[in-house]
Design a binder for this molecule. Structure first.
Ligand SMILES: NC(=O)c1ccc[n+]([C@@H]2O[C@H](COP(=O)([O-])OP(=O)(O)OC[C@H]3O[C@@H](n4cnc5c(N)ncnc54)[C@H](OP(=O)(O)O)[C@@H]3O)[C@@H](O)[C@H]2O)c1
Length: 272
């Protein structure tokens, strides 16, 4: 079973684009709320703040799940492992719980970086490995390249984007998805449906959206700077959406709104 499927690690606290004091404060609130899984990346340039905040917090290292991601600028043979060692120094840990490849390289040749990722695991720099922003085809290819389990493909996942092809690939390959942009960077709050559904459960629009993602079988990454949002995003384990409400939300995926597209990330793949 993927590390992200344990009850606590299903709800991971994302740290992009937090830096400095804002990052430290958000992590302090997230730890006090009960978050034990934290998501960062070399590209976020905040691993040092994340490491400092977690080291200064009162939660023991072995109760935490720390995920970081190797940026594509570090995918060469010379840079990959030294960059992971630098991440560990910044994060103040001997290993990360999960090490992801942040993106596939622009030329789509995923084998070399997957080989280096596996090497990092063999060297004990990461307990688990996975990928991010892989297409269904890349997930199938990765499965045939890597011997170790890939514990996630972290992808954009929210009610305004249909990811059925990736969900089917997750089933087929055994590489589970996990979410980012879970509340579509706030866009879900422009749609009254979620608050309307929430009235029946005594839950907020955000909690309905996050619960829908979890019930699709997808562990979460959420980020907020506001204590009330950090707490409410965590408080989603005491109710279950009915199949009727799940279907009402499923219908929203036809909007096909992609937030992290080629306009933001020029090396993004041709999505499914
Ligand atoms: N692998 C990748 O390529 C990739 C890409 C993007 C993100 N990520 C990861 O995924 C994490 C989450 O994604 P994201 O932060 O980009 O998008 P997101 O979670 O969809 O959106 C974050 C924004 O939504 C607002 N928000 C969050 N919860 C809310 C609530 N309950 N009510 C109202 N507003 C709320 C936050 O504002 P307030 O601060 O005002 O609450 C924040 O501005 C990131 O932090 C990062 O760790 C990974």
């Amino acid at each position: 079973m993927s590390i992200y499927f344990t009850r606590t690690f299903q709800r991971s606290f994302g740290t992009y684009p937090l830096r400095g004091e804002a990052c430290r404060q958000a992590i302090e609130t997230a730890l006090a709320t009960g978050y034990r899984a934290f998501d960062t990346a070399q590209m976020y340039e905040n691993e040092a703040e994340v490491g400092e905040s977690l080291a200064n917090g009162s939660v023991k290292r072995d109760e935490l799940c720390i995920t970081t991601k190797v940026g594509i600028h570090n995918f060469s043979d010379e840079r990959f492992l030294p960059s992971v060692e630098q991440s560990l120094r910044d994060l103040r840990v001997d290993f990360v719980d999960v090490l992801l490849l942040h993106w596939a390289p622009a030329d789509g040749n995923i084998a070399p970086s997957l080989g280096l990722l596996q090497k990092a695991r063999e060297l004990g720099l990461a307990r688990h490995i996975g990928v991010s922003n892989y297409t269904a085809g890349m997930m199938r290819q990765a499965r045939s390249i890597v011997d170790a389990p890939l514990v996630t493909n972290q992808v954009e996942f929210h009610p305004f984007l249909n990811q059925d092809i990736l969900l089917a690939a997750a089933n087929e390959t055994g590489i589970p998805l996990s979410s980012y942009c879970s509340v579509a960077r706030g866009k879900v709050f422009e749609q009254p449906l979620f608050a309307e559904i929430g009235q029946a459960y005594g839950k907020t629009a955000g909690q309905i959206v996050l619960r829908w993602i979890l019930q699709k079988g997808v562990p979460l990454n959420t980020m907020s700077t506001k204590p009330e949002n950090i707490r409410s995003n965590f408080d989603i384990m005491d109710f279950t959406l009915s199949s009727i409400d799940m279907a009402r939300i499923d219908a929203q995926t036809q909007k096909n709104l992609r937030i992290v597209g080629r306009d933001l990330i020029p090396w993004a793949p041709e999505w499914d």
